[in-house]
Ligand binder design. Structure first.
Ligand code: ADP
Ligand code: MG
Length: 326
């Protein structure tokens, strides 16, 4: 390595911009010493990004730094947890200072926004692999689990799922965007997802179940259905769709495939009991990224997708472009 491991940690990862009061000891000793606030459970999530598998090798380092944290923040959001600390394992083929500077910039810009402090990690030489563990707080009884959906609950999704998957198809040269502005928008949705942390916190006492959409809306909603022992009906014409996706993907069936089967969106999918519906609808209309009710939970197991006229529609994503999750 051009610079030593210790020099690398010191230069890029050891000086918190705004140290948190609950960090007694951060980077630099054998362990970090951290204080979980009284009455809160520690919510912990870990994700690994492998170059060539989870992000193309030519992804800008700043986007990799952003995304490594964004995926963890999205998990905390889906639990209704408030982010606090992160630890970072970096496996790098060489100490490329330009790459590290850009990676750190992407990581710490998003960390500052959510007041997350890096408190430790590990640095090794190897293929480029980034593992980030995120820690947050939630009163245990108020955490948003996957198993709480009940028949009659509304199903909601934030943002416009499908954009990130289309952004990947553009990055891989499998599709061409309608125009340059759409290309920029869709690539940003892939490379710089904005985790819905504030939405997750607001939903703590309102949603009956929640999950973040990382593998595709249909697959992730199915986790809620299975863990809750229920089924669902999705009204296809209610699926949110960005203008960029609408312009770039001509066929309606293909738009639904992106919306339901493409991964990497990091939006929230959640369910709401009838008693909280009005309050959630009010919240949703105030969120700048949008949020829409797309269907409802039913007692009969399975996921039913229906067109405007009520006919069933089958999601067959196989052989369709390429979906993000290998
Ligand atoms: P040890 O051999 O005791 O594990 P290391 O040399 O691996 O110590 O790490 C020294 C310190 O630097 C520790 O506090 C560790 O948490 C921190 N550290 C190492 N790599 C990173 C990293 N990529 N990001 C943040 N902190 C790191
Ligand atoms: Mg170590």
């Amino acid at each position: 390595m051009a610079i030593s491991e210790f020099e690398l940690i010191r230069r890029f990862f050891s000086a918190p911009a705004r140290p948190r009061a609950d960090v007694l000891l951060g980077v630099g000793d054998d362990c970090a010493l951290l204080c979980v606030p009284e009455g809160r459970a520690l919510a912990v999530s870990l994700d690994t990004l492998v170059e060539g598998r989870h992000f193309p090798a030519d992804t800008p380092a700043q986007a990799v730094g952003h995304k490594a944290l964004a995926v963890g923040l999205s998990d905390l959001a889906a639990m209704g947890a408030e982010p606090a600390w992160m630890t970072l394992s970096l496996s790098l083929p060489e100490a490329d200072e330009g790459w590290l500077r850009d990676f750190a910039r992407g990581l710490f810009e998003l960390a500052a926004k959510h007041e997350v402090q890096l408190v430790g990690g590990d640095t090794v030489r190897g293929p480029r692999v980034i593992t980030l563990q995120l820690h947050g707080f939630v009163p245990a009884a108020r955490a948003l689990r996957r198993g709480g959906a009940r028949p009659g609950d509304g199903i909601y999704v934030t943002g416009t799922p499908g954009d990130a998957g289309l952004g990947l198809a553009l990055a891989l040269g499998q599709r061409r965007a309608h125009d340059a502005a759409d290309e920029t928008f869709l690539r940003a949705r892939l490379e710089r997802p904005e985790p819905r942390v504030a939405a997750g916190l607001a939903l703590r006492d309102l949603a009956s179940a929640a999950i973040d959409v990382s593998d595709g809306l249909a697959a992730d909603l199915t986790h809620i259905l299975e863990q809750s022992g229920v089924g669902a009906r999705i009204e296809l014409e209610r699926l949110p769709c960005s203008e960029a996706l609408r312009r770039t993907v001509a066929l309606e069936d293909d738009r639904w495939r992106y919306g339901l089967a493409a991964g990497d969106d990091y939006e929230l999918c959640f369910t709401v009991p009838p008693a909280h519906r009005d309050e959630v609808d009010r919240l949703c209309s105030a969120w700048p990224f949008g949020c829409r009710r797309i269907g409802q939970i039913e007692a009969e197991p399975g996921l039913r997708l229906v067109r405007a006229g009520g006919q069933a529609w089958r999601l067959d994503a196989r052989g369709f472009d390429h979906f993000a999750h290998a």
